[in-house]
Design a protein around this ligand. Structure first.
Ligand SMILES: Nc1ncnc2c1ncn2[C@@H]1O[C@H](COP(=O)(O)OP(=O)(O)O)[C@@H](O)[C@H]1O
Ligand SMILES: CSC[C@H]1O[C@H](OP(=O)(O)O)[C@H](O)[C@@H]1O
Length: 405
């Protein structure tokens, strides 16, 4: 095997042809002419679609030794390809229905070959067109609760869990999140990215000590609370959907961290889309109708996630010492409070930090975009400040309703 080399379309074809002709993989018949093109739109990696003469296709995802969106000035470990493949395999073994299928992984070339999900849509693209997915909440709640529970102390022996924590140690990618989520937005930093008309709001955030205290608690929890194997980047660009299917991709930020982080990130992205609709859907009734759907999705995800976790703890806990009456409720209350905080942090970092969301950036009218950005900052701030008093779903929903117009 040759040393690592960044692929172009021809190299991707040659690589797959070798796998097929040497019978290491059988997703294409041998002897076929293959074609390929690169179409990655994420921040970090190359994505090739490789197609055979019958139009069967697979996705080849390769890590570059740097962050694609910034260039070679931001070197980044190739080990993220291993983490991504191994999280997909771990989560796929627990929740195959909701996890993209890995067909092949090469450590040397830092690449994974995945099932082609191009028959589905990326959730963010669909939500930017106000499309509704009635089963999304059920699917995401099931994926997060099951992958979360079966990688937690409730189910794993302490020895097995510690071995997994070690396997999924992901310091470079975690540092990106630590910086972009919890540090940059709260200080003056060259990576921050916001219009000058937002300077007053940014100054207020950066001077708000109560807010920075809550962010410090959230960051400390992210740094030092290996509760379960997280997806690590549960935003709307990491989820493929149609009316009946939901598939998670792109868990290269996966590591053992606080359970509330993934669900908080997911709900944060639904709220970003909710707020952005003021700049997209002009008709008030149509906008309200769509936003009501998003709120139902948030409510259902939160409720089903809590219910499923409580049921899994009640019926499947293997460590008897974690089973006294009341512990499950105590545990979940803390997880859900964390989730509200992480949700708020996602709103703020996507508004003033390095990595934005197209939901907001695609609003063409400058004033409308600015109004939305002010709302996401205010909402994010209130979620972070009030997270610890959100003791149940009613408190969370009242907080949301009081902040959303
Ligand atoms: N399994 C897949 N099937 C079809 N398209 C995919 C698949 N995985 C990724 N893509 C496409 O590539 C894009 C970037 O993928 P992603 O994994 O998010 O890359 P990055 O790690 O660079 O963010 C997605 O938005 C999607 O369009
Ligand atoms: C320089 S990484 C910024 C940002 O990008 C990641 O998302 P994705 O790779 O899916 O585009 C992640 O959210 C990081 O915070």
């Amino acid at each position: 095997m040759t040393n690592y080399v960044a692929f172009n379309a021809q190299r991707a074809i040659d690589y797959v042809s070798t796998l097929i002709e040497s019978k290491q993989c059988n997703f294409f018949d041998s002897g076929q002419t293959l074609s390929a093109y690169e179409f990655g739109d994420g921040n970090l990696n190359l994505i090739f679609r490789i197609t055979d003469e019958q139009n069967n296709s697979v996705i080849l995802k390769q890590a570059l030794p740097y962050a694609r969106c910034v260039g070679e000035s931001w070197p980044l470990t190739l080990d993220r390809a291993r983490i991504e493949a191994q999280v997909l395999l771990n989560h796929g073994a627990i929740c195959p229905t909701y996890t993209a299928n890995v067909l092949h992984y090469s450590e040397m070339q830092a690449l994974t070959i995945l099932e082609d999900l191009g028959n589905l849509q990326i959730l963010r693209t669909a939500q930017n067109n106000a499309e509704q997915f009635p089963k999304l909440a059920q699917h995401v709640a099931t994926y997060l609760s099951h992958t979360g529970f079966y990688n937690s102390d409730f189910y794993l022996t302490a020895q097995t869990k510690k071995a997994l924590v070690s396997q999924f140690t992901n310091p470079e990618l975690c540092q990106i999140t630590e910086d972009l989520f919890f540090s940059d937005p709260y200080i003056e930093h060259e990576r921050n990215n916001y219009p000058k008309q937002l300077q007053n709001e940014v100054d207020a955030i950066q001077k708000n000590n109560a807010l920075k205290l809550e962010i410090a608690k959230l960051k400390a929890n992210f740094l030092s609370n290996p509760q379960t194997l997280l997806h690590g980047d549960m935003h709307s660009g990491s989820i493929f959907v149609d009316c009946n299917h939901t598939k998670m991709i792109d868990p290269e930020f996966g590591f053992f961290g606080p359970i509330g982080f993934d669900i908080g990130s997911f709900i944060g992205n639904l709220l970003l889309n909710y707020c952005a609709q003021a700049g997209h859907i002009e008709d008030f009734v149509a906008r309200r109708n769509y936003q009501t759907h998003l709120l139902s999705c948030i409510v259902d995800t939160y409720s089903l996630f809590e219910q499923q976790w409580l049921e899994l703890i009640r019926t499947k806990t293997l460590d008897e010492s974690l089973a006294p009456v009341g512990y499950a409720q105590y545990f979940m209350k803390n997880v859900l409070q964390d989730a509200v905080g992480y949700c708020g942090a996602e709103l703020i970092r996507r508004t003033i930090g390095l990595a934005h969301v197209s939901d907001i950036d695609s609003i063409s009218d400058d004033n409308a975009r600015l109004t939305v950005q002010k709302q996401t900052l205010a909402l994010g701030e209130q979620l972070i400040l009030n997270a610890q008093t959100c003791n149940n779903k009613e408190a969370f929903f009242s907080l949301l309703i009081s902040q959303l117009n």
